[in-house]
Design a binder for this molecule. Structure first.
Ligand code: DC
Length: 226
């Protein structure tokens, strides 16, 4: 065990509810919750803002090195991210930024830079960390690892609902295509491809609602502790 408790890794494909589940589990345990995808999105945002080509290896690497992250724990357990002192807010959650994030995250050296920053946040434990390679690369020694998955169609449905609830336009076909494209890129890249760690507990969330996934994770944690 670490100074402040466990480091719990939650990995999986986009749209499986990793963030909501991770946050709920962290709140229950009194832990902090970190979304590592937000850090890739922050890099993507800066790349976009500085009009850097996401395929320009050295420029993306410099942008990654220049990022200064600080985090403030919120009442709901989330570690609110500030980049160079600024809260980027909803800007990083735009579909376009997610796509650039998926592209800059193929840069192996930029990944190493961000991975080091993630380790600083989690090394003392007491953190639920969500992403794609937390259990495989960032913390291969995590005390417990989860991998959440769901069919692409189910994830597209969830995303459409989410966007509609936020009052935004949503095209199911377009979203499904984007999800499939991103899955392919995330799982076929040479650097840290998306895959479950050998010792990850895999949960298929296709037929489960959020509450059921949270319960499944908490139940496995109880088993793990006993
Ligand atoms: O989880 P998300 O959709 O916010 O992540 C955005 C992108 O960042 C995703 O396409 C892949 C990348 N990512 C990654 O490569 N490794 C992580 N640990 C987290 C995210």
């Amino acid at each position: 065990m670490r100074v402040n408790g466990m480091l719990i890794a939650i990995d999986g494909t986009a749209g499986t509810g990793k963030s909501s589940v991770g946050k709920a589990v962290a709140a229950k345990l009194g832990y902090g919750f970190l979304s590592t995808g937000e850090m890739y999105r922050a890099l993507a945002y800066k790349v976009f803002e500085k009009q850097i080509n996401p395929e320009d290896h050295d420029a993306v690497l410099s942008a990654a090195r220049a990022l200064r992250f600080t985090f403030a724990r919120q009442p709901d357990a989330a570690l609110k991210m500030f980049v160079d002192g600024e809260f980027l807010g909803e800007k990083i959650h735009l579909e376009e930024v997610g796509n650039v994030a998926s592209r800059v995250s193929t840069n192996a050296e930029a990944r190493r830079v961000l991975t080091e920053k993630m380790r600083e946040v989690g090394e003392n434990g007491g953190v639920v960390m969500e992403g794609r390679d937390v259990g495989t690369v960032v913390f291969p020694d995590a005390e417990i690892k989860f991998y959440l998955d769901a069919s692409a169609e189910e994830r597209a449905n969830r995303r459409v609902k989410q966007l509609q609830e936020a009052g935004q336009k949503a095209d199911y076909g377009q979203i499904l295509a984007l999800i499939k494209e991103r899955d392919y890129r995330d799982s076929h890249r040479a650097a840290s491809p998306l895959k479950p760690a050998d010792d990850a507990l895999i949960i298929d969330t296709s037929a489960l609602n959020m509450q059921q996934v949270i319960e499944a994770v908490l139940e496995k944690l109880e088993h793990h502790a006993s």
